[in-house]
Design a protein around this ligand. Structure first.
Ligand code: ATP
Length: 373
């Protein structure tokens, strides 16, 4: 049974008359790794700073374990923040940086020694305790910042794009390390990023934000495979949007949809549909199959780009009506279409059942107008 640790209710914040957060509700579970994901300016940092206490909501409340924290100053909240720029004290050793918070709390010397050693071991920096920050790599400095945050044993760790200053390889390594650390410590992590791959690979749940509203809240798999709307579908991963038209609503919980002249049977979506209505058929590049031009199935097009990526072969195909299709197929040397070159005609199809349907204009389709087919 999941227990709520932090509860955000009806949070609203304006800056210069512009709503940055708009009546936002969110429950964060004890021990989870939850990520706030969204484009620049969507309100991620503002939301995190509100949890930390550096920012105050105009309306709404924040409670932790049932206790109202809305107006509690940051230093009295049982949580800690790791910022993008590590903000280490440059003149202090790694040990003293990590020990700083405990010294401020006037903890006994032996306890400080033991807890700092433990925290440094956790981030695998035991051998670097006497170094100064400038003698460390970017990744090591970030690990010091994390050790400094966890040494105080917060209930919750807030991380604001903590990996964005690192190069690609180090970033990947740190993602794995952070995830391991979170599992070992059992601390709730709230992580901010605009990198969707990072969000999907690290989180138990992802909050997709735009314009101060939650667009979707779900597991990485839910957000990727069943996006709630076009924004989430576009923002999280690459997607092909094929135009579909409902041909028939069948009696067996399926609908027949016309996609580029092909009649396909799909599971009935959870929004109302009626015959003749347009909808989006969403297909991820890995759902697409490139077939030989003589294949009976599929839509005709030609290859305009091919990239061999080792495990996959990625293609861009232009259909006859100009639609651009992205395909990513696991490399298979026995598949003759893998030898097709640029400009060659092909057919495009997809794996049945892997499509996801969304209404064309959700705003124009309120519940009462649709005929629940
Ligand atoms: P990024 O990924 O670029 O950091 P973000 O999603 O974290 O973006 P926020 O930093 O929360 O976005 O900012 C949301 C909006 O609020 C932006 O338009 C920003 O300019 C504005 N904003 C944030 N802080 C302030 C402030 N102190 N005063 C005025 N406007 C602010």
């Amino acid at each position: 049974m999941k227990q709520t640790l932090l509860s955000l209710s009806n949070l609203t914040k304006q800056f210069d008359g512009k709503k940055v957060l708009d009546s936002l509700d969110l429950e964060i579970f004890d021990g989870e790794f939850i990520t706030l994901l969204g484009p620049s300016g969507c309100g991620k940092t503002t939301l995190l700073r509100m949890m930390a206490g550096f920012e105050h909501p105009d309306e709404g409340s924040i409670t932790l374990g049932g206790q109202d924290l809305t107006h509690t100053p940051p230093e009295h909240r049982p949580l800690n923040t790791v910022f993008q720029n590590y903000a280490l004290f440059p003149h202090m050793s790694v040990f003293d940086n990590v020990a700083y918070g405990l010294k401020m709390e006037k903890r006994p010397k032996e306890e400080i020694q033991q807890r700092v050693e433990e925290a440094l071991a956790m981030v695998q920096l035991e051998d670097f305790a006497r170094r100064k920050p400038h003698q460390l790599s970017g990744g090591q400095q970030q690990r010091v910042a994390i050790a400094r945050a966890v040494v105080k044993r917060p209930k919750m760790l807030l991380l604001d794009e903590p990996l964005s200053a690192l190069d690609f390889k180090l970033r990947r390594t740190m993602q794995v390390e952070l995830k391991r650390l979170q599992r070992e410590l059992g601390i709730t992590f709230v992580f901010v990023t605009h990198d969707q791959e990072e969000a999907l690979s690290m989180s138990d749940r992802v909050v997709v934000l735009k314009g101060g509203h939650i667009q979707q809240l779900g597991t990485p798999r839910e957000v990727y495979e069943r996006p709630a709307n076009l924004f989430t579908a576009r923002f999280v991963g690459e997607t092909n949007f094929f135009p579909g038209r409902v041909d028939a609503a069948n009696g067996d919980d399926t609908i027949t949809v016309d996609v580029f002249g092909l009649k396909r049977t799909f599971r009935k979506p959870d929004f109302p549909v009626k015959e003749g209505q347009g909808l989006h058929v969403l297909l991820r590049p890995e759902d697409i199959r490139v077939l030989a031009p003589e294949d009976e199935d599929g839509v005709a097009g030609k290859i305009v780009e091919r990239n061999y990526k080792g495990s996959t072969l990625d293609s861009v195909i232009h259909l006859e009506d100009g639609t651009e299709v992205l395909a990513s197929e696991f490399f298979d040397e026995d598949d003759p279409t893998f030898d097709y070159r640029l400009g060659e005609p092909v057919k495009v199809s997809w794996v049945d059942g892997w499509e996801w349907l969304l209404p064309t204009e959700p705003e124009a389709l309120p519940e009462e107008e649709g005929t629940d087919a």
